[in-house]
Design a protein around this ligand. Sequence first.
Ligand code: AP5
Length: 190
Amino acid sequence: MFNLVLFGPPGSGKGTQSANIIEKYKLVHISTGDILRNEVSQETPLGLEAKKYMDQGALVPDEVVIGMISSKLDENPEVNGFIFDGFPRTVAQADALDNLLDFRQNPINLVLSLKVSEEELKNRLISRGQVSGRSDDTEEVIVNRIKEYHAKTSPVADYYQSKQKLTEIKGEGSVEDIFRAMCSVIDTFI
Ligand code: AP5
């Protein structure tokens, strides 16, 4: 079993690279952003609650997201491993994930942290917003998402660094080159 966290600010390429990694290593993809957007589109009570936060670029409360992850782990008992994309995003979430995985005796093996300049992040998200229809890809909300990242999410990198699980990857350049750099680290674990 191999459990990977793909870490980085909004627009750093977590979703893009997850798609390639899943295909190559046959891992199960858990993206909290995708799960939440699905709940929003189905107008479930959870989705209606989450939308209030997402539309402002704020994080959804920890207890909501942690509950979602716990269910996803239970739904997939026999897998090669998981790739966590957009989770954990607070130290409380990281701690909860460790507890959930320790209980299953399959801890996080590796955290890959994508490093991208703020200017590039904004450019990517603004460009995507012009075609994606994602309600949080507007200039004002993007600024809030990046602020929220610095305030609440960047400490998660220190959390994993202190456990010697974090490797930084240059997240600028071609998608293929970044993927190759990620694979060369993953291959030392698998
Ligand atoms: P989420 O969906 O997780 O969004 P995000 O982290 O803000 O990140 P994105 O999906 O926008 O970016 P990404 O890093 O995946 O980059 P991507 O590959 O898409 O979360 C949305 C919201 O849900 C949050 O704001 C929050 O409200 C809530 N939420 C989710 N998880 C939560 C949690 N754990 N706790 C609390 N709340 C939570 O790429 C972006 C763009 O760049 C694309 O257009 C792509 O084509 C392009 N691109 C990718 N790589 C490159 C490259 N190398 N060169 C040029 N362009 C590139």
